[in-house]
Design a protein around this ligand. Structure first.
Ligand SMILES: *[C@@H]1O[C@H](CO)[C@@H](O)[C@H](O)[C@H]1NC(C)=O
Ligand SMILES: *[C@@H]1O[C@H](CO)[C@@H](O)[C@H](O)[C@H]1NC(C)=O
Ligand SMILES: *[C@@H]1O[C@H](CO)[C@@H](O)[C@H](O)[C@H]1NC(C)=O
Ligand SMILES: [Zn+2]
Length: 498
């Protein structure tokens, strides 16, 4: 009897949710007040430090109907009339960050991240657009059908704008109608791996697949993003799996070099007059700043259509500093030695590395195997999304990085790669995608700091002291985040290529 009573009680929440479900009115488009923390659509943002393509100016940006309609210097006050002005004083007003490499794991692995938590973290970090990777969700996005599942999963669940890469895999590489179906459905480009991806339904491609993929992409003028590592013979590694140096030995820089060498035998086709003219190859998360980077520089100077990104974790950390068993730092390709990190910064400052991305690739804490600390078995992937702006700034200041460079690496170049013509700069006619932040304000990223990713504890940045506090984030003129508060509704837009 007692048992039955408890069982009935346990059913109550279910009953309540069924009743609520039937009482709910049909879903409606969120109202403006749900999409934005501001109650007006048309307003001005003023500041002494606005980062524009023409440099940092003191002035104001006029926002109307989600777009930037004017950008003015000194005399802006005369033009405001009765318009609403939000004055940010000395805070930096910059184009919102665009992350072309995020794994949001939705649908199918939402216990790892998911669209709602990932895009709320993005908004809090000043990122206004993410491009979601085709793997780590389930199923992988490798066909028109699986892409439809992505779009459905994103609907009304994203707080910033989200575009999508499709997967180039052996199954579709030689099937032009399959690839074209995926491209016509709206993926912004394709992504493939030259080594095992760690995800069973996302197998690796060889040079033949990549060449085919590029020839289709040339027609659509969209990029192919490649994870450039090729497995090479290794000597037996019998060292302690809790030591980071053991892991580092399992993925030497020669893997990156071998992959890039092979890619360059194909990318020569993208030169003017070549068979794949119009296609573009983008190397994701470069870690090796030595031979691999030299090869890329050479290809660029020969006229190949090729770009390269690296990630904040390769610029912030070095192999020497990673403690035994601290698998938060495991990623592929691996974080290399401190001298390599210096060379990566040099390449950033010289413009040889084109842009940055997060490669936010979280999982559940259990798969990081913190108790064993086994670097060879733990999930590889660094959780970083919300912190990439302060991290880039905190570590880059030492090298003399400017606000203009920051905006180029995180907004302008990523927008260009993903074909987002109306994003990536504070310029007339663009979407009003804007971050307002205070570079000089420091904070401790510890358990007291508000974090919005699903599993903050796995982030390699927890425990850091960082510089750069995000005050406000606007997406298409909606104030989606302001000092610890998010807009009520998820009004980000899924971006489909035309
Ligand atoms: C190519 O892909 C289409 C669907 O996109 C499929 O119907 C067809 O069977 C595939 N062809 C081959 C040879 O696998
Ligand atoms: C590209 O390089 C490959 C390998 O070196 C060569 O066989 C091919 O002819 C080159 N293609 C073009 C268009 O230069
Ligand atoms: C986090 O850091 C702040 C100082 O920035 C400190 O006041 C707070 O006690 C710290 N919280 C924890 C949980 O360590
Ligand atoms: Zn990735």
């Amino acid at each position: 009897m007692e048992g039955l009573k408890w069982r009935l009680l346990a059913l109550l929440p279910l009953l309540a949710s069924v009743i609520l479900f039937y009482m709910k009115t049909p879903p409606q488009k969120p109202s403006h007040s749900e999409c934005s923390l501001l109650d007006h659509n048309d307003f001005w943002i003023s500041s002494k430090r606005i980062v524009t393509p023409k440099g940092v100016i003191s002035g104001a940006v006029e926002v109307k109907g989600g777009n930037i309609v004017s950008v003015m210097e000194e005399d802006w006050q005369e033009n405001v009339g009765t318009g609403q002005v939000i004055d940010y004083g000395e805070a930096v007003v910059m184009p919102g960050l665009i992350d072309v490499h995020a794994h949001l794991d939705d649908p199918g692995r939402t216990e790892w991240e998911g669209f709602p938590s990932g895009t709320r973290a993005a908004a809090a970090g000043g990122l206004t657009t993410l491009v979601d990777m085709p793997l780590n969700s389930f199923p992988s996005t490798v066909s028109e059908e699986t892409f439809e599942l992505k779009i459905k999963a994103a609907a009304k669940r994203i707080y910033v704008d989200v575009g999508f890469w499709g997967g180039l895999v052996p199954e579709n590489a030689f099937n032009a109608s399959a690839l074209e179906g995926l491209l016509k459905a709206g993926v912004l480009g394709l992504k493939s791996f030259m080594c095992p991806s760690g995800i069973n339904d996302f197998p690796m491609t060889n040079a033949g697949h990549i060449k085919e993929g590029l020839s289709i992409l040339a027609k659509y003028r969209r990029p192919l993003l490649v994870h450039a590592e090729i497995q090479q013979e290794l000597e037996d590694i019998a060292d302690d799996p809790r030591s980071y140096s053991t892991y580092l030995k399992t993925r030497p820089a020669s893997w990156e070099e071998a992959a890039i060498r092979e890619l360059l035998t194909i990318t020569n086709g993208t030169r003017a007059g070549g068979p794949a003219e119009g296609a573009h190859l983008h190397i994701v998360h470069l870690s090796d700043a030595r031979s691999s980077l030299d090869l890329i520089k050479e290809a660029k100077s020969s006229g190949d259509s090729i770009t390269v990104e690296t990630c904040p974790h390769y610029l912030a950390f070095s192999a020497e500093e990673i403690q035994d068993g601290d698998t938060r730092f495991k990623c592929a390709p691996p974080i290399r030695d401190a001298a390599n990190r210096e060379k990566l910064w040099e390449a950033m400052m010289d413009g040889h590395i084109d842009m940055l991305s997060s490669d936010h690739s979280p999982t559940v804490p259990e798969l990081k195997l913190f108790t064993d600390g086994n670097f060879l078995k733990a999930w590889g992937g660094i959780s970083s999304l919300q912190f990439v702006l302060p991290v880039t700034w905190s570590y880059g200041r030492k090298y003399g990085m400017t606000l203009e460079q920051l905006a180029s690496w995180w907004s302008e170049k990523p927008a260009k790669l993903a074909g987002l013509d109306l994003k990536g700069a504070i310029a007339i006619g663009n979407h009003a995608d804007i971050v307002v932040w205070e570079p000089e304000v420091e904070f401790d990223l510890n358990d007291s700091h508000p974090t919005y990713v699903k599993h903050p504890s796995i982030s390699a940045y927890m425990g850091s002291r960082l510089s750069g506090k995000v005050l406000a984030t606007f997406v298409r003129g909606n104030l989606v985040y302001k000092e610890g508060k998010h807009a009520l509704a998820a009004c980000g837009v899924p971006i489909l290529a035309r």
